[in-house]
Design a protein around this ligand. Structure first.
Ligand SMILES: Nc1ncnc2c1ncn2[C@@H]1O[C@H](COP(=O)(O)OP(=O)(O)OP(=O)(O)O)[C@@H](O)[C@H]1O
Ligand SMILES: [Mg+2]
Length: 244
């Protein structure tokens, strides 16, 4: 069974006067252990699709199954439960508390978890920071860390619940070329060595090149789904020309 099964998923934003169709009948599977990039021009529906896969939002029509469970008909609370159990999310702007030590930022998702003692919480946070290569920065306030280090703290926080899937919407969008390289390397390692399924929205060719599969969106439609990076680049360029 695929980890993710998306069937005819559409998303329409109803703004009263107008309706915006952000996603049109998307259909695909994602297996456990894949490394997938979602690419496309601005407004093509990448974040809409990512928010759907991340159980943050519900499709207007269609079926989305995560590990066999239908998400499309779940309530907000049910989706939050699934998200906490299975998905770690990282953001373009890191979303860290700047004046708080790295280790406390990483612990945060467990503060309200039932049955996890503060000692166990600390142990797991230290372990996750070691995993992302920041074992020597535990007590640094995140505001004192470089951009690449901050994003690695955010990755450690995303991993604290031991998720199956790591998702990010433009996780290297605020980083320069060199620091984005260390973050890309982190995603690559987590995928290859720790077996995490990684799904990233990206404009960054270096990120897309590291992914083993790309889904290209144009105006809410999947126009290409390929394991050939160059084929994805061609589809992306053709899409841009068609849209211009
Ligand atoms: N909450 C919303 N309400 C109404 N329309 C929305 C909403 N969110 C997105 N849209 C519209 O849906 C379409 C897809 O938006 P989406 O944010 O998914 O694009 P994107 O590919 O992530 O773009 P970008 O690269 O700029 O982040 C756009 O036309 C956008 O204006
Ligand atoms: Mg977006």
């Amino acid at each position: 069974m695929p980890l993710i099964e998306v069937r005819d998923v559409s998303k329409v934003y109803d703004l009263g006067e107008v309706q915006v169709t952000a996603l049109k009948a998307a259909t695909f599977d994602i297996d456990q252990g894949e490394f997938l990039a979602l690419v496309g021009a601005s407004g093509s529906g990448k974040s809409t699709l990512m928010n759907t896969l991340g159980c943050l939002d519900r499709p207007t029509a269609g079926s989305y199954k995560l590990a066999g469970e239908e998400i499309a008909t779940m309530s907000r609370d049910q989706r939050a439960r699934i998200r906490n159990a299975r998905i770690g999310f990282v953001f373009q702007n890191f979303n860290l508390l700047a004046r708080t030590p790295a280790v406390e930022n990483v612990e945060l998702p467990l503060v309200y978890a039932h049955g996890v003692t503060s000692r166990e919480r600390r142990r797991r946070a230290v372990e996750m920071l070691q995993l992302v290569g920041l074992g020597d920065r535990l007590d640094h306030h995140t505001g004192q860390l470089s951009g690449g280090q901050q994003q690695r703290v955010a990755i450690a926080r995303a991993l604290i619940n031991n998720p199956d899937i790591l998702m990010g919407d433009e996780p290297t969008g605020n980083l320069d070329t060199r620091t984005s390289r260390e973050v890309i390397e982190m995603f690559r390692r987590l995928n290859q060595e720790n077996g995490l399924t990684v799904i990233l929205v990206t404009h960054d060719q270096a990120v897309a090149r590291n992914a083993r599969r790309s889904i290209v969106l144009r105006d809410g439609e999947i126009i290409c789904d390929t394991t050939d990076f160059h084929q994805a680049q061609d589809a992306l360029l053709a899409g841009q020309e068609a849209g211009a």
